[in-house]
Design a protein around this ligand. Structure first.
Ligand code: FES
Length: 197
């Protein structure tokens, strides 16, 4: 889709279907601490979560953002970082797989950063989005440091055809990403991240 969009010209007609599927249960998250883990372009669906929390700051507890990319120039939403850092009860931690001359921050995987930050699991909901392998291993670390399955949310991506739960193209195990997801917690979808890899 990205390629097609770049090839569009001014005045071209575009059709849009949606929104489809479910969404982050932001009302259920009220009163809880949030841990947001964004890897690469997976940060895109998490920015609205962060912006919602910042816009309703008193409704949520502590917000910890772990944000990662392969290289510094691939970090998303850099223009937001000062605002995120300046917001009360909010912390931002960045890491890249591979630094460059401009980078003096953390270098390493987001799972290493997660172990280092070691957020408290009590009354905290974790929300993860990124490449499948990152989601899989970040979820394992969250499990190890005490996040219960119903406190570990992910938002997933699958290639889709119908988008309305008819064709089965977007299945992961018995779940259909287009109607059951894209947001799941690990209680709803026990063990199914293996099928997502
Ligand atoms: S895209 Fe057809 S069932 Fe999900």
């Amino acid at each position: 889709m990205t390629t097609e969009m770049h090839e569009l010209g001014e005045g071209d007609l575009v059709g849009v279907r949606g929104p489809m599927g479910n969404h982050f249960p932001m009302a259920e998250f009220e009163g809880k601490n949030l841990l947001v883990l964004g890897g690469g372009i997976g940060g895109a669906p998490l920015r609205p979560v962060i912006q919602h929390v910042l816009a309703h700051r008193d409704d949520y507890g502590h917000l910890t953002i772990l944000w990662a990319a392969r290289k510094p120039d691939l970090l998303l939403f850099t223009e937001d970082y000062d605002t995120w850092r300046a917001t009360p009860d909010t912390e931002l931690h960045l890491t890249v797989d591979e630094g460059d001359d401009t980078w003096d921050g953390e270098v390493g995987l987001i799972t290493d950063l997660l172990k280092k930050v070691n957020p408290k699991s009590g009354n905290t909901v974790a929300i993860t989005c990124g490449p499948p392998v990152m989601i899989y291993y970040a979820d394992k670390v969250l499990d190890e440091i005490g996040f219960a399955p119903d406190r570990r949310y992910v938002t997933l991506e699958a290639r889709m055809h119908c988008g309305i739960g008819k064709c089965g193209r977007c299945n992961i195990g018995e779940k259909l990403v287009c109607v059951d997801g894209p947001v799941f917690n690990m209680e709803q979808a026990t063990g199914f991240l293996e099928g997502y890899l």
